[in-house]
Design a protein around this ligand. Sequence first.
Ligand code: FMN
Length: 189
Amino acid sequence: MKKVLVLEGSPRERGNTALVTDWVLEGLGKRGVSVERVRVPKLDINGCQACSTCVSTKGGAGCAQDDDMTELYDRIIDCELLLFTSPIFCWGVTGQLKLVTDRLFALMTGENMLKGKPIALVLTGGGSIFAGADLAARMYRDIAHFIGMEYLGEHIVAPCPGRQAMNRRPSYREEAKRFGKELRQRLKT
Ligand SMILES: Cc1cc2nc3c(=O)[nH]c(=O)nc-3n(C[C@H](O)[C@H](O)[C@H](O)COP(=O)(O)O)c2cc1C
């Protein structure tokens, strides 16, 4: 059973990003896969304090902070695919998801616990792909490369017309499902 951890950055539980994520997971399917969806904005997660405690810790995060990231670190270490999902807010991912992304630093210092871990991305934006989705995708691609994670790609819906319009046009669902199927193939379930 391959463990997929979905870190959902949107504060809107039933928003555009959640809908596209539903479809991607539909494409990924259920056979041989266990999916856990974590709504990051519901968690109590602080920003990295740059204290460097993690730098001298091997075999775990070694983060000096005690917040909801402590438990999330264990799940991130444990999963076989990390799927980040977010709407674009001001040319980037949501602040809530960026805090988690910064805190990944603790898993790559000391002993790199993210090396080789597959990562993928789902984004929705109100503007064109050049109103931030391109930058957010580049950010995760470059971070993955820097850490030595395996970047499996991104699915971007931008400009995203909203839930109702997406539900009226089957192509949105089909494209998201296709991405989910691709992820499944890359996971070799
Ligand atoms: C605070 C805020 C900032 C936004 N900034 C951008 C932006 O910079 N670029 C963009 O393409 N869309 C932007 N949008 C639009 C959202 O990315 C878009 O509506 C998205 O699909 C919402 O997803 P959700 O329903 O999951 O929240 C912004 C929306 C909000 C609320």
